[in-house]
Design a protein around this ligand. Structure first.
Ligand SMILES: Nc1ncnc2c1ncn2[C@@H]1O[C@H](COP(=O)(O)OP(=O)(O)OP(=O)(O)O)[C@@H](O)[C@H]1O
Ligand SMILES: [Mg+2]
Length: 237
């Protein structure tokens, strides 16, 4: 099976207010059904890397291929809408829209029908049920708690049934039981639906569920020895 995401020598420097070399040559390949955890200290560039992989930010140099298509040669918004589900660290939901409208946004952008009875509508409702928010469907998003917003963001990321799921701290604000539920949903997406997953996380329990673990250190990805879920006392970063 081919790679769904391929990054070659990705570099990123911010120039203002002062020059910061955040990414100094990141390479990796991601295939369908594969899961990767990226850990690392705050400020190392994990979100920056995820934004670049999700075509939300441009690298300073390097090549990126999504579904074997060069991002430099195809319109990034189209590639993103067709192939990528993104969960932002700060959620980025439309606060004055309802929960359901937020989840349906990728389908709206793809110009799919979203009325009650449509395929997208049924899928959005089912995803909201899977993240435990069936009772909040008609709520204005601004009325939700942080953890509820996080779950809406995950449901939205899955709305268009993307091949690639990029998630930035997907269970950062959640209690133990709810975060276990989110971890299960993420892993089902990989193991049963064959999606490719990258999770940026500070949570070793989530990292251990992934097949590969990396630490982002000084601008490069360092492969970590794989720690299985039950191993105790292991530290990844
Ligand atoms: N637009 C920008 N202009 C200048 N510097 C930036 C910009 N965006 C991010 N940075 C800097 O790049 C570095 C990496 O930021 P990033 O958000 O990717 O870190 P992170 O690893 O996700 O951290 P955290 O774990 O706290 O979320 C930080 O030092 C940040 O200050
Ligand atoms: Mg971050």
């Amino acid at each position: 099976m081919g790679n769904v995401l391929s990054a070659k020598n990705i570099r990123k420097s911010f120039l203002s207010p002062t020059k910061v070399d955040v990414l100094k040559g990141v390479d990796f390949e991601l295939a369908s059904g594969e899961s990767i955890a990226i850990m690392g200290a705050s400020g190392e560039g994990k979100s920056t890397l995820l934004h670049i992989l999700g075509t939300l930010e441009e690298p300073t140099s390097g090549e990126l291929y999504i579904a074997q298509k060069s991002v430099a040669k195809h319109p990034p918004p189209l590639l993103r809408n067709q192939h990528i589900g993104f969960v932002f660290q700060g959620f980025h939901l439309l606060e004055s829209y309802t929960v359901l409208q937020n989840v349906l946004m990728p389908a709206l952008i793809a110009k799919q029908p979203t009325h009650a009875g449509s395929k997208a509508h049924a899928r959005a409702c089912s995803l909201l049920e899977q993240v435990g928010l069936e009772k909040r469907i008609t709520f204005q998003t601004k009325l939700l708690s942080g953890g509820e917003k996080q779950r809406v963001a995950l449901a939205r990321a899955l709305c268009n049934d993307p091949d690639i799921l990029l998630t930035d701290e997907p269970s950062g604000n959640l209690d133990h039981d709810t975060s276990s539920q989110i971890h299960r949903l993420l892993m089902e997406s990989v193991n049963q639906m064959g999606k490719a997953l990258i999770v940026v996380t500070h949570d070793p329990a989530l990292a251990r569920l992934c097949q590969k673990q990396y630490a982002l250190v000084d601008g490069v990805l360092i492969p970590q020895a794989v720690h299985k879920e039950k191993s105790n006392g292991s530290h990844l970063s």
